[in-house]
Design a binder for this molecule. Structure first.
Ligand SMILES: NC(=O)c1ccc[n+]([C@@H]2O[C@H](COP(=O)([O-])OP(=O)(O)OC[C@H]3O[C@@H](n4cnc5c(N)ncnc54)[C@H](OP(=O)(O)O)[C@@H]3O)[C@@H](O)[C@H]2O)c1
Length: 311
């Protein structure tokens, strides 16, 4: 495994991370233990979860056991938990809400500190200055080491960065947004904004929920045990998507690697991307993703990928 700094912070993360939204939602505790063990075996250190992914935080605590200090634990707050953190009136970036949310996550994760605490969605009710100020207090108290944002627009990343620098507050060191070689909206504004501000990008849905793994073929029924069938996501199986997937497969073949290598290593090679947090339901998937993420495209490979994706 290789490691990179998350944005311009001092936090080192594995180039391939593990997305943990399957834990307790798609897979049970035993299967979670197997996936986490496999991740640690291949050197993955970044584990990304949320207080909104069912029992994921508790499952992660159970699966890590006494290995918690070997990993970088990232979680999130700020989705509607239907009152689990008390009444919030939609202001889930407020000082009041953040205090309640962090205590609940620390308890569920069974830890004294969260390495990366991310606001899951922008909060239109609360000035970002208050959110940053409440998170800064958590960092000063040692409950949180670094802070990040998720699903922010590029202007919100820049606004938060400027607000933090102006106010002497902790800065968001990461931005977690949807980004894969199939879903590239982030390239227009978000990636350049993160590059300019020193914010590391953690792409979510990096494998487009499995479309970029090679297990879905045009015209074939999707595997019954895969996410696309289980979660009713058959809209992903469009001809338009298969045009891109098949183009990437041809590109991979020319370089003697697989589609998965291009999806993982190609994404890790994009500007500002720090770690590719792919989800997995089996140890074999974790091992394959970790290996694929280590494919390092040359400059010429990246140019050819740009040309291919530009269509
Ligand atoms: N911030 C946000 O709003 C947000 C939103 C969504 C996700 N996330 C985060 O991002 C992480 C990654 O996203 P994701 O897991 O949802 O999507 P993803 O990485 O695009 O897809 C993961 C799914 O693809 C399949 N898969 C993975 N590796 C495979 C392999 N080598 N071969 C075959 N199939 C494979 C597995 O599903 P099956 O085995 O079921 O087919 C796996 O659950 C999440 O875990 C979560 O931490 C964040």
């Amino acid at each position: 495994m290789t490691h990179r700094r998350l944005g311009d912070s001092g936090l080192a993360v594995s180039t391939v991370g593990l997305g943990c939204n399957n834990f307790g939602m798609r897979i049970d505790l035993d299967a979670t233990r197997a996936v986490v063990d496999a991740a640690l075996d291949v050197g993955i250190t970044l584990f990304d979860t949320s207080d909104s992914y069912g029992d994921s935080e508790e499952f992660l605590r159970e699966a890590l056991g006494d290995r918690r200090d070997q990993v970088v634990l990232a979680t999130k707050f700020g989705t509607d938990l239907k009152g689990a953190n008390g009444p919030d009136w939609g202001a889930r970036g407020s000082r009041r809400y953040i205090r309640a949310a962090v205590e609940r996550s620390l308890r569920r994760l069974g830890t004294d500190w969260i390495d990366l605490y991310q606001i899951h969605y922008p909060d239109p009710e609360t000035p970002v200055e208050e959110t940053l100020s409440a998170l800064t207090e958590l960092v000063r108290e040692g409950k949180v080491r670094y802070i990040g944002c998720s699903n922010f627009a590029a202007w919100q990343v820049v606004d938060a960065d400027w607000t933090a620098r102006r106010g002497g507050l902790e800065r968001f060191v990461s931005a977690q947004n949807q980004y894969s070689l199939l879903e590239r909206d982030a390239e227009a504004e978000l990636l350049p904004a993160c590059e300019a501000t020193g914010v590391g990008v953690l792409p979510y849905f990096p494998l487009a929920s499995g479309m970029l793994t090679g297990k879905y073929r045009r015209g074939d029924a999707p595997p019954e045990d895969g996410r696309i069938a289980k979660w009713g996501m058959s809209h992903l199986l469009s001809d338009e998507n298969f045009d891109v997937v098949e183009g990437l497969e041809a590109y991979a073949r020319e370089r003697g690697v697989s589609l998965l290598h291009v999806a993982m290593g190609g994404l890790a090679g994009r500007p500002a991307v720090a770690s590719v947090i792919a989800g997995a339901t089996t140890p074999a998937q974790v091992r394959a993703n970790a290996e694929a993420g280590l494919w390092e495209p040359t400059g010429a490979d990246l140019d050819a990928l740009d040309a291919l994706l530009a269509g």
